[in-house]
Design a protein around this ligand. Structure first.
Ligand SMILES: [Ca+2]
Ligand SMILES: [Ca+2]
Length: 207
């Protein structure tokens, strides 16, 4: 091949390559600045192959807490009705000092002959436990709210946590107290009426 032909082909290849790269770049810049969510963007002109979305925008404004929960049913079962909103508003580290005696009084009003439960906790100890309303999670072993082998190592969505709470309040030391008509150690509902999703956020359909 003549030298002039080789030179021409080389220049042509470089021009082709350059044009191709410029086109890609132009497409990328346009999509990430067109004011609409398209391509692999997770927000308008951000996320995916564009710049990261600004997460601060998602949490802009002033938030006011209206509810909080560690162990399911705590506020409903152990607190006085007129103090439920108050429990939702206190900081977790304040709960024990402010609500332990309230919870203890409630336990004794629900079962006036309460002595201890299947966990071996008297009213003072049960109130102390639930007035620190955080959900313990074991870093090892099985996640269980209550079973024969595990006690409060977490909470799986399918577990009947309300029955466990009722058992601890009404079941007495052997778990059979108040197990007659009316049965107080169960709410009579064994499971959710719709299956939980297998992926995040794992909630069930409403119906
Ligand atoms: Ca866009
Ligand atoms: Ca139940």
């Amino acid at each position: 091949m003549r030298k002039s032909n080789i030179l021409f082909l080389s220049i042509f290849s470089v021009l082709l390559f350059s044009c191709h790269r410029d086109d890609d770049k132009a497409l990328y810049v346009d999509r990430c600045n067109d004011g609409i969510q398209n391509g692999d963007e997770t927000g308008i002109d951000c996320g995916g192959s564009c710049k990261p979305c600004d997460e601060i925008d998602l949490f802009a404004g002033v938030f006011k807490r209206e509810d909080q929960m560690g162990r399911p049913g705590t506020n409903l079962l152990f607190n006085k009705a007129e103090l439920r909103d108050s429990l939702n508003l206190v900081e977790v580290h304040q709960m024990n000092s402010l609500f332990k005696e309230v919870f203890k009084e409630k336990i004794m009003s629900l079962d006036t002959s309460y002595t201890s439960n299947v966990l071996g906790l008297d009213a003072d100890q049960l109130a102390d436990l639930f007035s620190k309303d955080v959900l313990w999670v074991s870093q090892t072993g099985e996640t269980k709210y209550y079973s024969e082998s595990e006690i409060m190592t977490g909470r799986a969505l399918g577990e009947d946590v309300m029955d466990a709470n009722l058992l601890w309040i009404f079941g007495g030391p052997d778990g059979n107290k108040n197990n007659e008509d009316p049965i107080l150690i169960s709410d009579g509902v064994d499971e959710n009426d719709a299956p939980f999703s297998g992926s995040f956020p794992y909630h069930a359909d409403p119906f």
